[in-house]
Design a protein around this ligand. Structure first.
Ligand code: 6PG
Length: 467
């Protein structure tokens, strides 16, 4: 009997697509699923690849059907199902075997699982897989965290199935335990912010500039040929071209956004590390507020829902999206830098930008500049300090300012774009307003502060007058 190179447990959309991708690249893939129907479905569907796919209904047969040391990829819902599977599978494995969680798991869980399995000489890989079903089937971007041993087992397979950017496979071993899942989480946070800013730009164009939706779609498509080129820009252009009879298809979709947690986790982790991902938070908040549709409808009746016409040019909207995107990425990379220090991960920021250039949801032309900004010899500490990025941001800021200002005065909700301006203005002030905060803290709580003109810790004269 042929022993498979890898086993895949979980034949939902992503698991099946990855199994077919691996089989197509010549690897023997053992597949199984909790519900056996999916095994029959994939075996039927796989027809031409059937010789490379080996379906097993029993877990024990699936495990015996793998080459040792084994590699088992789980594509199942994150959270408790993963713990349950580890409990079931681990006793059937041997030292040196690797379990991979390819879902959008919380990296804290991944760290806990990796540590627990290391105790019994098993390896646990947290792998972020981006690109949706099409990506998984024809070339995803993959962010891998785990031991060097696991990477050695996985590298040839993952390089073979990954998306390629000018020949370079979009996969990398980013560090131990939770590094891969953390980077995927931040990827999703950036995804949230970019999606939100595109939605805000759409609203300003449609309700502030009075453009027809089809024309907005065409505009996005045109921008997608320039510096804003990105997958999210491309699909939004396409989405806006769909009509159902005389009605624009998006107008038939209830405006309440779902979210599975990765955006929120990005924000939580940023705050935990003393950072702020304010634009990602704005995007998470916008989704949360959107889900309160009944309340929004009542408040619309109470306060009025009018939005005024705005006078901004399409060039300014384009600039706003570019500046917003730069600032969104900058917030994402700041979190990655902070996490690299906090968890002692050797994150290679240039490599992360490189593997996001194809296959994943946030792929965009800007990632080329980001990869270049972080190359080892550049000495750039923060993305916003990189000369080429700074040049682009300075050029685009007037547009962002104009659009954010118009949104504010015209009553158009644009929490991510307006928040981006706040972030930019805060970070470019060498002298800010935190002296007032420090004075207030000292006034009510005697917290003390540092002075610019003297060493040491001080209190304000407000305490002396009370003495
Ligand atoms: C990707 C996506 C993918 C998925 C997220 C979105 O990189 O392929 O990010 O992982 O779309 O789960 O999450 P929400 O459901 O929270 O939007």
């Amino acid at each position: 009997m042929v022993r498979a190179d890898i086993g895949i447990y979980g034949l939902g959309t992503m698991g099946s697509a990855l199994a077919l991708n691996l089989a197509e690249k010549g690897f023997d893939v053992a597949v199984t699923n909790r519900d056996a129907d999916e095994i029959f479905d994939i075996m039927r569907e796989a027809d031409a690849l059937a010789g490379k796919l080996h379906g097993h209904e029993a877990l024990a047969d699936f495990i015996v059907g793998l080459k040792t040391p084994r590699v088992i990829l789980f594509m199942i819902p994150s959270g408790t199902p993963m713990d349950a599977m580890i409990e079931m599978v681990a006793p059937l494995l041997q030292a040196g075997d690797t379990i991979i969680d390819g879902g959008n798991a919380n990296f804290h869980d991944t760290r806990r699982r990796a540590a627990a399995l290391a105790e019994v000489d098993l390896h646990f890989v947290g792998m972020g897989v981006s690109g949706g079903e099409k990506g998984a089937r024809h070339g995803p971007s993959m962010m891998v965290g785990g031991t060097a041993h696991s990477w050695e087992q996985l590298e040839p397979m993952l390089r073979a199935i990954a998306a390629r950017y000018e020949g370079d496979p979009c996969v990398a071993h980013l560090g131990p335990d939770g590094a891969g899942h953390f980077v995927k989480t931040v990827h999703n946070g950036i995804e949230y912010a970019d999606m939100q800013m595109i939605a805000e730009a759409y609203a300003i164009m449609r309700f502030g500039l009075g453009m027809r939706a089809g024309d907005i779609g065409a505009q996005f498509e045109a921008w997608n040929k320039g510096p804003l080129r990105s997958y999210l820009m491309e699909i939004t252009g396409e989405i806006l071209s769909y009509e159902d009879g005389d009605v624009l298809f998006v107008d038939l979709i209830r405006d309440t956004a779902g979210q599975k947690g990765t955006g929120r986790w990005t924000v939580i982790e940023a705050l935990q590390m003393g950072q702020s991902a304010s634009m990602i938070e704005a995007a998470v908040a916008a989704r949360s507020w959107s889900s309160e549709k009944d309340l929004r409808e009542r408040l619309a009746a109470q306060y009025g829902a009018q939005r005024e016409a705005v006078s901004v040019s399409l060039e300014q909207v384009e600039q706003a999206l570019m500046a917003g995107r730069i600032l969104g990425y900058a917030q994402g990379f700041r979190i990655l830098q902070q996490a690299a220090e906090a968890y002692d991960w050797p994150l290679d920021f240039a490599r992360i930008a490189q593997i996001w250039r194809a296959g994943c949801i946030i792929r965009s032309a800007l990632l080329d500049d980001i990869a270049e900004a972080y190359t080892a010899h550049s000495g750039v500490r923060q993305l916003l300090e990189a000369p080429k990025i700074a040049g682009k941001l300075k050029g685009a800021m007037p547009g962002l300012r104009a659009v954010a200002g118009a949104a504010l005065s015209g009553g158009h909700a644009a929490p991510a774009l307006t928040g981006a301006v706040g972030f930019y203005d805060s970070m470019r002030q060498g002298s800010g307003t935190a002296n007032i905060i420090q004075a207030q803290r000292d006034f009510f709580g005697q917290h003390g502060f540092e002075r610019l003109d003297q060493e040491g810790r001080h209190h304000g004269p407000w305490w002396e007058s009370e003495a």
